[in-house]
Design a protein around this ligand. Sequence first.
Ligand code: BG6
Length: 518
Amino acid sequence: MSGSASTTEINPLRQALPRTQVPEPSAIVLFGATGDLAHRKLVPALFRLAQSGHLPSECAIVGFARRDWTDDDLRAEYRKTLAKEIGGPDFDALWAQFAPRLVFSPGTFDDPASFHRLKKTLDEIDRTHNTRGNRVYYLAVSPEFFSTIIEHLGSADLIYPWQQSSPWSRVVIEKPFGHDLESARALNLDVSHVLDESQVYRIDHYLGKETVQNILALRFGNSIFEPTWDRRYVHSVQVTVAEEVGMAGGRGAYYDTAGTIRDMVQNHMMQLLCLVAMEPPVNLSADAVRNEKVKVLQALPKWTPEDVRRNVIRAQYTAGSIHGAEVPGYRQEKGVNPESTTDSYVAIRLELNNWRWAGVPFFLRTGKRLPKRATEIAIQFRRPPTQLFEHEGDGHAEGNQLVLRIQPNEGASLTFEAKIPGSRRRLQDVRMDFRYGTAFAVPPPEAYERLLLDSMLGDQSLYTRTDEVESAWRFITQILDAWKIPGMPRPDEYVAGSWGPESADALIARDGARWRRL
Ligand code: BG6
């Protein structure tokens, strides 16, 4: 298969996002400006947006953090990061345009005076940078500060009434949004005291990935897939998010309190499930899309602890090797309790209780220290009602399988059966393959570029809504609660560098299926 893309309205500088999407002037306040996320993702994304002409010239980036820094200190720090992350022959010229946008506002998250000082700084920036009072507040901080910061933003008059369309204020909240249903509800309540839902942008960076957005394009921008996209034709669906990384970058302590179920399943995997299983929205507005996604989450099963035991596998990696390098086991990682029962791998078999999907098993698996990094969704179609042909090889035909590769090697492939040339009626699996890289000669934008741009444009479609977050937590919390019951089995084990525990193979084998080899 091949594809072609029109480049007529695409920015010649960096042709990933349509040029027409230039937001109104605004100030972007980064809470946690000196942190890891700001350095690794947010500032590079803002720089790229500036580079591609998507940041209006009247746009300032305000770093808010506890350091005793000046604007120049912030600039020097970000320059180092950007030179390393982006660099290139034009870097100095681009940096010279970018640097004056950067302003530092020192402060602590629980100090009202810091927020009053921030207000003065922002008022001043409105004059110097002509940002017209518009604000995006980005909470790239540890979750215990979310409520405090939002409360202080409210008390310092940094949030405008939501009914007013101009100037506007919006708050982007990083993950994790709660650690169970109760805490997510409490956080939503705190948020609602200060902000209207239309001002809240809850991040799930998977939604910013181009290939994740393409799930809807493939399903609803074509007419050939949708008629077969249900229980009549689909045998099962597999969603895999495999990672090679372990607890690098000192993540052990955080991870041990979260586990894969909170870190990956509650957010990213639930979003992938929603996009693959949802009904067509009436249009692509934020609420139309989110209404349909939330219905999928509402159709998730309600499980007893015994159901959880039968349908959810949790496991931890033991010492092993990845690409020939020895790696420690999960419980030997820095920051992890040596007695930990936290999951570094989860596999789930679930059915959605709705008209379209009743009876179709969805298999989800995700884990750290698996043999390779790969995210994909595989739709396995049913076999033809009668078998007229023999099959080549071990007799195991893949049959019709549509695989959406989210990362890496972004693309999609369709497997079907073809007759092997010759006198016998024998079939073999063959594949049609589509690759983004080949079809569109432009790199996809980084997820954070798209998400930041959308927050400035006021487009919430790639952000999660209150009811979505709570419905996902409702499903996850019943699993977490079951795991706490005395007598529930401890996590299984898998060797680092393998594809997970045997119990996960047994889980899928119950339905006569097997995990795809990636
Ligand atoms: C993050 C998780 O949300 O997503 C990490 O906290 C995980 O544990 C990461 O590694 C995966 O993101 P990506 O974009 O690399 O697939």
